[in-house]
Structures are given as C-alpha cells and as structure tokens.
Write a protein that binds this ligand. Sequence first.
Ligand SMILES: [Zn+2]
Ligand SMILES: [Zn+2]
Length: 232
Amino acid sequence: MKCLYCKSIFVTSIGWRDLFGLDHEPLLCEDCRGELVFIEGEICRQCGRAFSLFPEKYRQNDLCSDCVEWNQKGRSISKNRSLLQYNSFLQEFMAQFKYRGDAELIKAFKSGLQTLFNKEFRDSILVPIPLSKERHFERGFNQSVLIAGLLDIPMLDALARPLHEEKQSKKSRLDRLGNRTLFSFKTGSEVHGKSIALVDDIYTTGATVEAAGKILLDHGARKVSSFTVARG
Ligand SMILES: [Zn+2]
Ligand SMILES: [Zn+2]
C-alpha cells in the first residue's frame, strides 16, 4: 500500500484493524497513524474535549470550565464531538487537505468518522459549515462538504456565508457585527423540527458552530450539535 499522506510504501498489519475495529485496510502508513491522537476515554459532555489532555482543575464534574462558563451565557450547540486531537501533525495534514487541494486525504478518516457519527448522532441530518463564494472558488471545494460526504447521511445545504473574511480582520469584524451575521439562512431549507449535526473540519473555540447553530434554531431546528474531524 502507498500512504495517502507521506506516500511511502507500507505493509498493513492486522493489529490496526483489531485496535480500531476497522473493516478495511488503513490508508495511512504506520508512522503517520502513530502521529494521530484519537479522542477517547473521558470527555467533556458538551464540547467533546478529552479530560486527559488538560489539568484536572479545569474540570467540573462532566464539563470543562469553558463550557460551564459558556452555558451561563446560553448556547445553541447541544454538544460537539470530534474524532482526533488537533496536534502539529494533524495541522500539517489538514493544511495539505484544505489549502494544497489534496481532497483525497480525508478518506483516511472515513471509517473513524462513521463509527463516531453512528454512536453520537444517529438521529441527525447533516448541515456542512459553508465557505464564502470567494473562498470556495479559491479552494475548489468545501472541506466540510467532503467530510459530510463520507458519512452517507442526508445532507442539507441550509446556510450561506455572505462575507469573505480576511484572516487578520476576522476578530474585529466579529466584534463589530456580532456572530449572527457570519452566516445566513437559505430560504426554503427544511430544518423545522429536525435534529441537525453541523459538520466542520476543526472545533476550536466553538464560535463558528455556535453562530451557525443560532441561525438554525431561529428557523425552527429542534436541536443542533456539531461534529468535527479535529478538536483544537
Ligand atoms: Zn505515511
Ligand atoms: Zn467543554
């Protein structure tokens, strides 16, 4: 086999399948797989962060202190779940996927994402986080649509991203306009009464999915959660 990421030739061992219960051959070599940190064990019930990866003092029962604080302000996302911890290897991997147009790479996580989705979001339909038209044109694809496409679940294109945000001015723009303007609702999208899982590549502060979630709840969604490849 040729590793999808580093392109080295490798022989698959049975151990990998035993370990992760995968029913097909891995697409990454052993070295690359060794760099991945799967989120397992105890996690924050809400944001899906692994408790083993941060100090005990930031934990309050089954929540992290960020979530305790955020819950007091009210939030739109009922829970987030991510497959992998966002480390330097995954950062480089996602950069090759997103910015250097290596769209095939994401298939390496297909089976892991399917397993996690079936466990956590069985009753949900998918809404991928959109890109602005400019960004989509520049990149040639929307990474969230490709990720959602791995799951073989109905997908709804319910949101648009009207503004093209420059990286440097993103924060000040959010401050100026408030999160609600980050996305707009596509008229006619059938979200009423539905349980929705937003799909994105990385969950960091949760601000992006919170903004998207608000809009969907405003338009009658019953519940909104989020599902990402990586947890920052
Ligand atoms: Zn490799
Ligand atoms: Zn949390």
